[in-house]
Design a protein around this ligand. Structure first.
Ligand code: C2E
Ligand code: CA
Ligand code: CA
Length: 674
């Protein structure tokens, strides 16, 4: 476009220059024509030439002047006769021979001028290697009513000298204008013609090429603009590229955030499912194995050292898991202290499971503390048509089983687990119904004075009375604790036992309380309300608790215990000798009674060591000044041993089995009779 503009500008300027040159020639012609007109149309000159001494007049007025006159260089006066004979001819003040100087063409011009009166005839001639402009006009008076058949003619000559050319050039802005004969190359030009229109000479000048000039002036600007444009486009592209990369990075970051756990940097549950789904659809690989693991004892770490240490522990576990085995392609933290590993490879999953458990053999060092935790592992291998959720569900069942089996176990999923799970779910439903239908009833087992065998009290034990199956309290109490029914069950048991116990005003009543009940902040007030409702003397009631709750939730336990002790309720430590409660803890809670677990009694009968443990345990209670009940006394031998060791109360089949209230009435009557 720019070069087109440049060429167009050049063409336009060339046209202008041609018109200027033509105007310059016209101006020169016109000036000479008007000069000759001024002199020829002059009554005095006419009269002098037609009636006087024409030759002398011509010399005095024009010939002499021609010597040094800017308007003309020569003058020719011809007569009115047919031959146009020369009357006078001067060139630069010297007489000369016009026809030999200018050629025969002059006669034609004079001929034309002598007829056409009003206008001067002008044309160019070639003379002596110079170009000469000649203007001719008939000599005539001003008055127009004079008409002659022919006139004398006056011609002025103007040699087109370099000075004339220069003036033309200056007046018409034609730089480099010059006169040439022949056609000049690469120059602009116009012809100077004779009367017949034949070329006499040529005015030529170089094209100004303003377009090219402007172009060369603006070229650096255009080039710079082009560079700027290119730079601009490049930077737009670069910025676009950078923006695209930035957006892609942001999307990646968002995906990373959504699929990863911020604490450990491992995948989260969502990321794990995504990875599993991805792997499951990719063919040609060994079956996937999902290992789920759950830390044992993590809650205790959190409780003892705070969440910051807990978090560090999780991070350290994550680090160890990352490098556990080459076939583990993904490690995820599913929340809390639960992790998952995806194994793709031929190695026996049990071996990987064992490696995972090995991680926990060496303790973790955090801020100078040595922390030991264990783990349980559930393993599920991909089966036909398994989705990610199926795999997760199966590994979860196996993990649940592993945790139930005790610390540090790795359990493989098998279909049995699914069935068990379904059974448990069904059982839960049954238990709920049982509670609603009052199918859970207390049985009562007598507690007797060791020395005399006199029945002093009864322990209420829950029984689920179903016609078609027998489920022991060990099982359904645990189930109730797991599915959140324990509060309801506990309250029912307490109310029913109290109502029955009203029949035996001389007996104490012992009722078992789950740790979960004890931790319920409303527990003490609910018990108080119940005692009030039933109008039962709190001093007759003993609540049996296990020591676990004293360790895990000492504050909650203490609050409930203190509140109820204040109204006279007594507390017995159940299953004493099985756990790890410190002597300090036992003293601090101030139990009214300890119940030695049946396992200690059985063990005492087996060997000497067992007997010593039994004796030591009872001595410990004695040292703490707490009376002791021995559970599970089935034989007189056992009764003798525990009695000798210091137990003041006995419970067991030997004295009486747990029985319904009405049976207990008969039992008590029998006892009284005996
Ligand atoms: P526990 O409190 O230690 O109750 C004593 C258990 O020993 C009872 O088992 C009782 O039947 C059994 N037993 C008593 N004497 C003998 C004996 O001479 N030989 C043998 N082999 N066993 C004897 P049971 O009734 O099956 O209760 C099991 C556990 O379930 C109880 O242990 C208690 O921890 C829990 N439990 C029972 N009822 C309740 C309840 O109402 N609430 C709560 N929270 N737990 C309960
Ligand atoms: Ca008990
Ligand atoms: Ca017990």
């Amino acid at each position: 476009m720019i070069s087109h503009m440049r060429d167009a500008a050049n063409v336009i300027d060339d046209g202008r220059a041609v018109r200027a040159a033509e105007a310059a020639v016209k101006a020169v012609e016109k000036r000479l024509a008007s000069t000759v007109q001024d002199n020829a149309v002059w009554t005095e000159a006419y009269e002098a030439i037609t009636q006087g001494d024409a030759k002398t007049w011509a010399y005095e007025n024009w010939g002499e002047t021609s010597q040094d006159y800017p308007l003309y260089d020569g003058v020719i006066l011809t007569a009115a006769d047919a031959e146009k004979s020369i009357i006078s001819a001067y060139l630069k003040g010297q007489e000369f021979e016009p026809l030999s100087y200018l050629g025969q063409g002059l006669l034609q011009q004079i001929e034309r001028a002598s007829i056409v009166r009003s206008v001067a005839a002008t044309s160019f001639f070639r003379a002596d290697g110079e170009t000469v402009l000649v203007a001719s006009q008939a000599v005539q008076p001003f008055s127009e009513n004079v008409t002659d058949s022919a006139y004398a003619t006056l011609s002025f000559l103007k040699i087109v000298t370099p000075e004339v050319i220069d003036t033309m050039a200056a007046d018409h802005q034609l730089e480099g204008l010059r006169l040439e004969t022949g056609s000049p190359e690469k120059l602009l030009s116009i012809p100077l013609n004779d009367l017949q229109g034949a070329e006499v000479a040529r005015l030529s000048w170089p094209s100004q090429q303003p377009g090219a000039k402007i172009f060369s002036e603006v070229y650096p600007t255009i080039a710079a603009s082009a560079v700027v444009l290119v730079l601009y486009l490049v930077s737009v592209l670069a910025a676009g590229g950078a923006e695209t990369r930035r957006l892609r990075k942001m999307a990646e970051l968002a995906h990373q955030k959504a699929t990863h756990d911020s604490l450990s940097g491992l995948h989260n549950r969502f990321g794990l499912l995504e990875a599993l789904n991805h792997l499951l659809v990719s063919g040609n690989r060994p079956p996937l194995v999902l290992h789920l693991l759950d830390l044992d004892g993590f809650k205790a770490v959190n409780d003892a050292w705070g969440h910051a240490v807990g978090d560090q522990l999780l991070t350290l576990v994550a680090d160890r898991l990352r490098t556990v085995h080459g076939e583990v392609t993904h490690v995820a933290r599913l929340g809390g202290d639960e992790f998952a590993l995806v194994q793709v490879g031929q190695t026996d999953p049990a071996k990987i499971g064992a490696l995972v458990l090995d991680i926990f053999r060496s303790p973790f060092l955090i801020g100078g503390r040595t922390i030991e935790v264990g783990a349980s592992v559930g393993i599920a291998v991909e089966g036909a048509g398994n989705g990610a959720q199926d795999l997760l569900h199966r590994a979860d069942l196996a993990l649940y089983e592993a945790k139930g089996a005790g610390r540090g176990q790795a359990v493989h999923y098998d279909q049995q687990l699914d069935r068990q799970r379904e059974e448990v779910a069904a059982l839960e439903q049954d238990l709920r119904q049982a509670l609603e239908r009052d199918e859970i009833q207390p049985f009562f087992q007598p507690l007797a004075r060791a020395a005399t065998g006199e029945v002093l009290g009864v322990e209420a034990l829950a029984r689920w009375l179903t016609p078609h199956r027998r489920i022991g309290p060990d099982e359904f109490i645990a189930l109730a604790e797991r599915c959140g029914l324990i509060d309801m069950l506990g309250k029912q048991m307490l109310r029913k036992s109290i109502r029955e116990a009203k029949l035996w005003p001389h007996l104490n009543l012992s009722v078992n309380v789950s740790p979960l009940q004890l931790c319920n902040p409303n527990f003490s007030s609910e018990v108080k309300a119940l005692l009030g409702d039933e109008d039962f003397d709190p001093r007759r009631l003993t609540l049996e608790i296990t020591e676990g709750v004293l360790m895990s939730n000492p504050d909650h336990a203490r609050r409930s215990i203190d509140a109820l002790r204040a109204i006279g309720v007594r507390f017995a430590l159940d299953d004493f000798g099985c756990g790890y409660a410190s002597i300090g803890t036992l003293r601090e809670f101030g139990f009214d009674r300890m119940k030695i677990d049946r396992s200690l009694v059985t063990a005492a009968h087996r060997d000497r060591k067992g007997l010593e443990i039994l004796r030591a345990t009872i001595s410990l209670a004695e040292a703490l000044e707490i009376p002791v009940t021995a559970e599970g006394i089935e034989t007189a031998d056992q009764a003798n041993v525990v009695r000798a060791a210091g137990c003041d109360q006995l419970q067991g089949y030997m004295i009486g089995r747990p029985m319904p209230a009405n049976e207990l009435n008969a039992f008590l009557a029998e006892q009284a009779a005996a």
